[in-house]
Design a protein around this ligand. Structure first.
Ligand code: KG4
Ligand code: ZN
Length: 337
């Protein structure tokens, strides 16, 4: 094919992801996770994640090439996460990306991890409109972004979290409720049989004088902790999970829909690991429908960290004729937009 083939590499946290994209089409991808190794620590341990990337990266490249039915020599460009993320984890992927680019004699594109979370939707639902708002909610991020052309325009950061990320809140509250790590899926499951109105937990920063796009989840987590302390005896886990989940979904959906309205945007992208949450998805969908906003949500497997999302950005950059990164590109673990 005449269209360039982009190999994407993602290693910013605990997932080793590789994806192959050509002209907006996902040809194949592969994913390894070191999540099981972190579970007993209750959070991702950077050194363990970095070692796991080192072991998994080459096999994942091979798997992705196999699944796509292409050879390494067919690759025309490398896209790799340059940040934000865990420093040692980002560096493994970046070093590998540089090595592949150098060995193959193809351009290297350093990619912002959050741009990847947004761009991945193109692979399933086609090109994005000229402008949209993205709500990126994961274990590391809770950000409302205003997006133009992902390959050309800077991403405007409307607001993020003042403390914990939404996924982090799910993980910490799960721990309080005695649910396994990662907490998001566990709370989602437990909440199915619970009453979301059992406890009215706070909706942080949603008052009329609060910053409209800013989030805060540590107070909500503390509210759950206080509730648990004050009510000794067997925990009503399902009710507490459902009530907490409702507070998060209410807050996220309100702010995201308001951001669209305020900026005259009619498309909302909901991405990141927490976008896999059934109540978050349902409430955001309901409020978007009521406000005349088109909601775009990637399928759950592309909502969490993966290599296809990085290849998707690389594909947009290649098609836009963007200038490649230099081979001495530094990792930017604390990258901001
Ligand atoms: O995007 P992601 O895979 O990794 C980054 O943090 O970048 O997101 C992981 C986060 C974890 O905190 C996990 O608990 C949360 O996403 N998560 C969920 C669900 N599935 C994953 N949170 C709520 N409900 C879910 N169903
Ligand atoms: Zn992520």
């Amino acid at each position: 094919s005449a269209m360039p083939l982009v190999l994407g590499i993602e290693t910013s946290c605990d997932e080793t992801g590789v994806g192959l994209v050509r002209d907006g089409q996902l040809l194949g991808d592969a994913l390894a996770s070191s999540m099981d190794e972190h579970a007993r620590f209750g959070g991702v341990v950077p050194e363990i994640a970095a070692r796991a990337h080192l072991h998994a990266l080459r096999p994942m490249v091979e798997h992705a090439l196999d699944r796509a039915g292409v050879a390494l020599g067919d690759v025309d460009a490398i896209a790799v996460t340059a940040g934000p993320g865990l420093a040692t984890a980002v560096q493994i992927g970046l070093a590998a990306g540089k090595a592949y680019a150098l060995a193959l004699g193809v351009p290297l594109y350093g990619v912002h991890h959050l741009a990847g979370h947004a761009a991945v939707d193109v692979l399933e639902h086609g090109p994005l409109p000229q402008r949209c708002v993205a709500l990126i909610v994961s274990g590391g991020h809770t950000s409302l972004l205003l997006l133009g052309d992902l390959a050309r325009d800077p991403i405007a950061h409307l607001g993020d979290t003042a403390d914990d990320a939404a996924g982090e809140a799910f993980d910490k509250v799960a721990r309080l409720l005695g649910l396994p790590y990662p907490g998001g899926p566990a709370i989602d499951r437990a909440a199915r049989t619970g009453d979301p109105s059992a406890v009215r937990f706070p909706r942080p920063l949603t008052g009329p004088t609060d910053p409209p796009y800013r989030f805060s989840f540590s107070g909500l987590k503390t509210a759950v902790a206080r509730h648990v302390e004050r009510h000794p005896g067997p925990l009503p886990v399902a009710d507490l999970a459902a009530s907490f989940q409702e507070a998060v979904a209410d807050t996220l959906s309100r702010k995201a829909v308001a951001a669209c309205g305020d900026h005259g945007v009619t498309t909302l992208l909901l991405v990141g690991g927490v976008a896999a949450n059934s109540r978050v998805r349902a409430l955001v969908a309901k409020r978007c429908a009521a406000a005349g906003i088109t909601l775009r949500v990637p399928s759950p497997r592309l909502c969490t960290d993966n290599g296809a999302m990085i290849a998707a950005v690389g594909d947009l950059l290649v098609h836009a004729g963007a200038t490649p990164s230099r081979l001495d590109l530094a990792a930017d673990p604390a990258a901001v937009l």
